[in-house]
Design a protein around this ligand. Structure first.
Ligand code: SIN
Length: 257
């Protein structure tokens, strides 16, 4: 079979979230393989690739296949590539990613897809976890689903603020997902921070039950890609002062609806 028409076989990484692909070179990807990878992302929320030797230009080019790239409003980019976010060990107390979040939801149009490349890893630790927010939504009781249906939540950080629906509909697949997170969501619209806190806490605990999660142990050259419209993630900081450097490309998303 020619490479142009082969069928890729993603391998599941856990019961409800994540797949990995072998035999894929993201720097040299034909349209047929890309379409299968995109389908896997929409279905499984997280996709892992191994042994990727991607330059910054190739990393961005892969991201651009999903749409125009997003640039982080506040954090530093890789030199010469402002669209590639540089994530380095900043010490546990200063890290901003060790919290359940979807990327940059303080923006009106937060990123749709994120593509994270492991550049420098600690000897051990520094895993990343993701949680399936479609299932988190489906597992709510009908009464709570109805209550949350019309609700919106205020997300803020970096001097930016946006109000998004608590339940969002994926613009491509039509799937519904819970869309609040511990990193950016401050309160429900029209409800005080103190009044919002218990429900927010309950929803985030509900949304990160262990069987909704996949935890990735990184190897050099791994790439993880996820769909912020249907999963949350959490970067575990258990590696003290050791170096960890990750490069992240994000794709501009739509306004959540
Ligand atoms: C992120 O939150 O986007 C980064 C995750 C990580 O560094 O593992």
């Amino acid at each position: 079979m020619s490479l142009a028409s082969r069928t890729l076989h993603p391998r599941k990484l856990s019961g409800f979230i994540g797949v990995e692909f072998d035999d894929v070179d993201l720097g040299d990807l034909n349209d047929h393989d890309f379409a299968q990878i995109k389908d896997a992302l929409l279905e499984h929320g997280v996709v892992i690739f191994h042994h990727q030797d991607l330059s910054s230009a190739a990393h961005k080019a892969f991201g651009e296949r999903f749409g125009p790239l997003h640039t982080h409003p506040a954090a530093q980019g890789v030199e010469g590539h402002p669209e590639i976010l540089l994530l380095r060990n900043r010490g546990k107390e200063r890290t901003i990613t060790e919290v359940w979040h979807s990327d940059v939801t303080c923006e009106q149009r937060p990123p749709s897809v994120s593509i994270l490349h492991a550049r420098v890893l600690p000897e051990c630790g520094g895993d990343t976890m993701w949680a399936n927010q479609y299932l988190a939504y489906e597992r709510l009781s009908e009464g709570l689903k109805q209550m949350l249906e019309g609700m919106r939540a205020v997300h803020s950080a970096f001097g930016l603020e946006a109000v998004h629906p608590v339940i969002r509909t994926h613009p491509e697949s039509g799937r519904r997902a819970l869309f609040v997170n511990a990193g950016f969501t401050r309160r429900f619209d029209g409800i005080s921070t103190a009044e919002s806190a218990p429900l927010l806490k309950m929803l985030i605990e509900h949304a990160t039950q262990p069987d909704l999660c996949y935890r990735h142990r990184w190897s050099p050259g791994d790439i993880a890609m996820w769909d912020n419209r249907g999963v949350m993630h959490f970067a575990v900081h258990d590696y003290g002062d050791q170096e960890r450097e990750m490069h992240r490309v994000t794709v501009q998303g739509d306004e959540p609806r």
